[in-house]
Write a protein that binds this ligand. Structure first.
Ligand SMILES: Cc1cc2nc3c(=O)[nH]c(=O)nc-3n(C[C@H](O)[C@H](O)[C@H](O)COP(=O)(O)OP(=O)(O)OC[C@H]3O[C@@H](n4cnc5c(N)ncnc54)[C@H](O)[C@@H]3O)c2cc1C
Ligand code: SF4
Ligand code: SF4
Ligand code: SF4
Length: 345
């Protein structure tokens, strides 16, 4: 029989070793009310742990095996030549809706797929990320249940949003068909919940994973560097993006930049131990990989394929063959190899 573990196991093996991604999965599954809470960008024990071990089973950084999870999602292990994981098809796409394109990070594919699924009744809510109203650019989990909320939550915030916590909000709101959007570490966490504690994820219909090289400490990058040192009022920022540099687009039209060499200082320590660039366990994965106004889209599972083709049938996406975007495909493969090599260093 599997030995039960306690929160001390997570604390000693994950949190105090700088491996915690801040995904919030442990907080989402703890069966006790308000004992395991999320504070200061990570889990905190505020009461007495009953050593049930549930939190350790879902943590993406606790005895996690990629092979085991690939077998769970795809029924097989990735072949060595499958640089960016198992997939059915790669495409490049963008929304046909101007409002979505204006609000989204790249081609608005993520938001368009979610809107399509909501409008067709496939889902009745989606765990995405919104911006905190009092701390501009601080991402927080958000359960979106309308088209307007999905559009409001479009775009990228390059800090951790503990999306898994919102699983509890979905249950409270009575949502029984949900989508989940997240970074690779969060997709791994939700897949672990599906595998090891399926009752916590039985409302999950599909996952959309984002490509992710790293994310940054909100306090170090947004507050100390951008607000305090560069003197930029965070409310004046329209968008941030990474295209060879960290770009800050201001509402005035001005663009400020920080070199990637400098932003390295602000990377969360746990990202240095992360081997997945392209959300290899998601139903569909999306990223920018050097594109301008288009989303590179990796369809991985049958669920992902059905969602994508239903959306294109409704003329919500303009789709191009990835053959025409070889540079991005090569970049995706290269960044995936670089990231996987972090696991061995
Ligand atoms: C932390 C982070 C790092 C990334 N790094 C890379 C990278 O190195 N290379 C690359 O090619 N692409 C990266 N991406 C993905 C890229 O920024 C876009 O999200 C992706 O291309 C999809 O674009 P879109 O226009 O289709 O998405 P949109 O339609 O704009 O939708 C984006 C979705 O992401 C959600 N979201 C925003 N911020 C977060 C967050 N912090 N955590 C969880 N969900 C969030 C939004 O709520 C929305 O649902 C990163 C994304 C994040 C969040
Ligand atoms: S009660 Fe269980 S889930 Fe909650 S912190 Fe303790 S071991 Fe983890
Ligand atoms: S489950 Fe997520 S938030 Fe909890 S300890 Fe593990 S990585 Fe950190
Ligand atoms: S680099 Fe890895 S650990 Fe860091 S946010 Fe991205 S997926 Fe999570």
């Amino acid at each position: 029989m599997r030995n039960k573990s306690s929160f001390d196991e997570l604390s000693n093996n994950v949190i105090s070793r700088g491996l915690c991604t801040g995904c919030g999965a442990c907080v989402a599954v703890c069966p006790l009310q308000n004992v395991l809470t999320y504070k200061h960008r990570g889990p905190k024990l505020d009461g007495v742990c009953i050593n049930c071990g549930i939190c350790t089973r879902v943590c993406p950084r606790y005895k996690s095996s990629v092979t085991e999870m690939e077998n769970f999602v795809f029924g097989r292990q990735r072949k060595i030549e499958e640089d960016f994981g198992i997939y059915k098809q790669v495409l490049v796409a963008r929304s046909t809706n101007e409002e979505i394109l204006r609000k989204s990070q790249d081609g608005g594919v993520v938001t368009t797929l979610l809107i399509s699924a909501l409008e067709s009744g496939l889902i009745n809510g989606a765990i995405t990320s919104r911006v905190d109203t009092t701390n501009p650019w601080l991402p927080l989990p958000s359960v979106a249940t309308t088209r307007d909320e999905l559009i409001a939550n479009a775009g990228t915030r390059y800090s951790q949003s503990p999306g898994l916590i919102a699983l509890k909000d979905c249950v409270k709101a009575g949502l029984d068909k949900i989508a989940f959007v997240g970074t690779p570490c969060q997709i791994l966490a939700i897949r672990r919940i599906q595998k090891f504690l399926p009752k916590y994820a039985n409302s999950l219909v599909f996952t959309i994973g984002l490509f992710c090289m790293e994310n940054f400490s909100y306090n170090d990058l947004m507050i100390s560097k951008i607000q305090n040192e560069l003197g930029i009022n965070l409310s004046d920022i329209k968008k941030t993006n990474i295209k060879g540099k960290f770009l800050i687009y201001l509402k005035t039209g001005e663009v400020k930049e920080i070199s990637l060499k400098e932003t390295k200082k602000f990377i969360r320590p746990s990202c240095q131990h992360c081997g997945d660039f392209s959300s290899e366990l998601a139903d569909i994965s999306c990223g920018g990989v050097g594109l301008d106004g288009w989303t590179y889209t990796v369809i991985r599972t049958g669920t992902g394929a059905n969602l994508f083709y239903d959306t294109t049938k409704r003329d919500l996406l303009k789709v191009e063959s990835a053959e025409n975007f070889q540079t991005s495909t090569k970049l995706l493969a290269k960044l995936s190899r670089v990231k996987r090599s972090r696991l061995n260093s």
